[in-house]
Write a protein that binds this ligand. Structure first.
Ligand SMILES: N[C@@H](CCC(=O)N[C@@H](CS)C(=O)NCC(=O)O)C(=O)O
Length: 196
């Protein structure tokens, strides 16, 4: 498999998941401004949407969208999903929430929005993050007591909260972020993207 990524972008979630799942892959850095891959290829020809993440599969097809890629990884590395009849849907529920309620909520911080818009976005993100803070009072990870692909995505949202948006993390989320930051797979993905 090939993961097309940009350092520190949302593709970091997929990068972490591939490492945590012990899956073989090649990471390919994409220049999102120039829309070129690190070997000078035309990124738009790989993904006409023009954004990362993209997972290049061994049959030559590509899979896009964090929710789909992380779900695919959870199928390949079963430890990164949840067991039981509803397990898959609980993980999907968390991924959808992160994609639509958290990830999109960062837009003002990437688009040169006004300070008022940023303040409103910060407030909305804090409210959205509170759901996970409440959960983490009772469980160790985003969707239960085992690490899943949902934690890979939540880690990136929490990293952005602190580094891009100036959102203070409440206590349970802060402790959770500390625990995740110490995981070998996460440290490796950060190091591989040059983020130390
Ligand atoms: N809906 C996509 C959004 C992906 C996305 O926002 N990618 C950003 C990086 S975090 C990107 O590549 N932006 C560059 C661009 O849109 O030109 C997903 O969830 O996978």
């Amino acid at each position: 498999m090939k993961l097309y990524y940009s350092p520190g972008a949302c593709s970091l979630a997929d990068h972490i998941a591939l490492i945590e799942g012990g899956l073989p892959f090649e990471a390919i850095n994409v220049d999102l401004k120039a829309k070129t891959t690190e070997d000078g290829g035309d990124f738009n020809a790989i993904n006409p949407k023009g954004y990362v993440p993209v997972l290049g599969l061994d049959d030559g097809s590509v899979l896009t969208e964090n929710v789909a890629i992380l779900s695919y990884i959870a199928e390949q590395a079963r430890d990164l999903g949840l067991p039981g009849e509803m397990g898959k849907f609980r993980v999907l529920e968390a991924l959808a929430y992160m994609s639509t309620e958290l990830h999109k909520g960062f837009k003002p911080f990437f688009s040169g929005a006004s300070e008022d818009d940023k303040a409103r976005a910060r407030e909305a993100l804090s409210r959205r993050f509170a759901l996970f803070d409440d959960r983490l009072a009772k469980q160790r990870f985003a969707v239960g007591d085992s690490f899943t692909v949902a934690d890979c995505y939540l880690f990136v949202m929490l990293l952005w909260a602190q580094t891009k948006a100036g959102v203070d993390l409440p206590p349970n989320l802060s402790a959770y972020y500390g625990r995740l930051s110490a995981r070998e797979g996460i440290r490796k993905a950060l190091a591989d993207e040059g983020l130390g």
